[in-house]
Ligand binder design. Structure first.
Ligand code: CMC
Length: 428
């Protein structure tokens, strides 16, 4: 809390509101005394100007295109780190020593198996179920299997739940995919590292060993780093809101998965690829841009725009560079990349997009890489969920560690009927 104040005048009443300062970023006006002092609430649909919590995990400067995990620039982590180390960083707040990393990796590796009954649970779905539906339900169901990690007040249980979620998410995700294509579930192989193990669970068939190009694992690891956390986005805020009620970690993360699924959030990567396929050819790009500008069309350019970034999304910059490299190294010639590049070029010089600061976001290029890695389109958002689990659970733990937590309970501007008397059925 700073010693500075803001003064708000409502009609003839002035109220002094304290400013809350973080370590960087704009200061916030603490409006918690507002209703008591003035009888007014604040109105901020979409929480565009509202900080709902204090957090020490991730910092974003949307005007400058800056993203830091625990103070480390995303560019440095993307170049030098790997996903599991980033997961440790998000959870613990510091980069691990070699011994700490080895222990963390060993612990995660030894929690990768899923309970056999979870497999049966997945088999209850119809064969054409979307893998996000299966993932969401299966993760929520974990609270029914792991009763030793649902006491939110116990730090050791919180930590073990975090490990289990990070460890089991790829196993369950791969099982959901294999069920949908009628392949037998592949158990996790503990001699492999996190991302390679996941790729084996996705693609290895019982009849022959999997020849995996190391470029694939490297690219997926980088995508996981870029997706690992992103401050108070819709799914993380959902995890925190559900967590604020005292709900167990599995239920809280399942709620995050549900929120991520929407096309305005993590579902955008799947939507981008569908959009590029619909545009079909670079010569149709101008028409698509015109349609996106027409408010009556209900069509938006998927993979463009961001609530916080009013500059290039730094993750998109990294993925953009990586896309060409991965496609070259894998020898993939994808015509959708030409459509994507033409679309990017057309939007970046169009007044509508320039004025509204609508730049390509992280999801614009990630789908093209996932496609090159042979990840099926309906699994794109599942990839995002695997990576974001590290961030979600770090936020859930932080929320339980920080003093003064309260249940999240927004207010509203009521616009419904004013009081009226009930009318009996025969009189209506
Ligand atoms: N295409 C065309 N117009 C757009 C787009 C777009 N993709 N995004 C925003 N606009 C327009 C919007 O119509 C509005 O115009 P006007 O001022 O004339 O009314 C203006 O830009 C501001 O948009 P907004 O809806 O108020 O912005 P928001 O901050 O509420 O929404 C967003 C952010 C990401 C949901 C939105 O930009 C969008 O729908 N983008 C497409 C979906 C997408 O790519 N989502 C992934 C986001 S990044 C990864 C993640 O978070 O998971």
């Amino acid at each position: 809390m700073s010693d500075k104040n803001a003064t708000l005048t409502v009609a003839d009443r002035s109220v002094s509101l304290p400013l809350v300062e973080g370590s960087q970023g704009p200061s916030c006006i603490d409006i918690s005394p507002l209703y008591r002092e003035t009888g007014h609430f604040t109105f901020d649909p979409g929480f565009a100007a509202t900080a709902a919590c204090k957090s020490a995990i991730t910092f974003i400067d949307g005007d400058k295109g800056v993203l830091l995990y625990r103070g480390y620039p995303i560019e440095q982590l993307a170049e030098k780190s790997r996903f599991l180390e980033v997961a440790y960083l998000l959870l613990e707040g510091e980069l691990p020593s070699s011994a700490e990393m080895a222990k963390f990796e060993d612990t995660v590796t030894h929690h990768t198996m899923m309970h056999e009954s979870v497999k049966n649970f997945l088999h209850g779905f119809h064969y054409d179920a979307h893998p996000m539906a299966m993932l969401c339900a299966a993760i929520a169901s974990l609270s029914a299997f792991y009763h030793d990690t649902v006491d939110n007040e116990d730090p050791a249980q919180r930590k073990l739940a975090a490990i289990r979620l990070i460890a089991k998410m790829p196993t369950i995700a791969a099982a959901a995919y294999r069920y949908s294509i009628g392949w037998p579930v592949r158990y996790p192989r503990n001699n492999l590292e996190y991302v390679t193990r996941f790729l084996h669970m996705m693609f290895e068939v019982p009849s022959e060993p999997l020849e995996l190009n190391p470029v694939v694992a490297k690219a997926l690891d980088l995508l996981f780093i870029l997706h690992a956390d992103h401050e108070q986005n819709a799914s993380t805020s959902t995890v925190r809101l559900v967590g604020s009620t005292g709900a167990n970690p599995y239920a809280s993360i399942a709620a995050g998965i549900a929120a991520l699924w929407g096309p305005a959030h993590g579902g955008a990567n799947e939507a981008v690829l569908k959009m590029l396929a619909e545009i079909g050819d670079a010569k149709n790009v101008e028409k698509a841009v015109a349609r996106a500008k027409d408010k009556d069309s209900g069509f938006r350019l998927m993979g463009f725009g961001h609530r916080v970034y009013k500059n290039f999304d730094p993750r998109a910059r990294i993925i953009r560079e990586m896309t060409h490299k991965v496609l070259d190294e894998l020898g993939v010639d994808d015509p959708l990349l030409d459509v994507a590049l033409k679309l990017e070029e057309a939007a970046l010089k169009d007044d509508y997009f320039v004025e509204r600061k609508l730049y390509p976001n992280v999801d614009f290029y990630s789908g093209i890489i996932y496609k090159a890695l042979r990840i099926p389109t309906e699994m794109f958002t599942v990839m995002f969920a695997i990576a974001r689990t590290a961030g979600w659970i770090a936020h859930w733990i932080e929320q339980h560690e920080m003093p003064g937590g309260r249940i999240g309970r927004p207010r509203q501007v009521y616009v419904g009927a004013t009081p009226r008397d009930y009318v009996a059925l025969d009189k209506r």
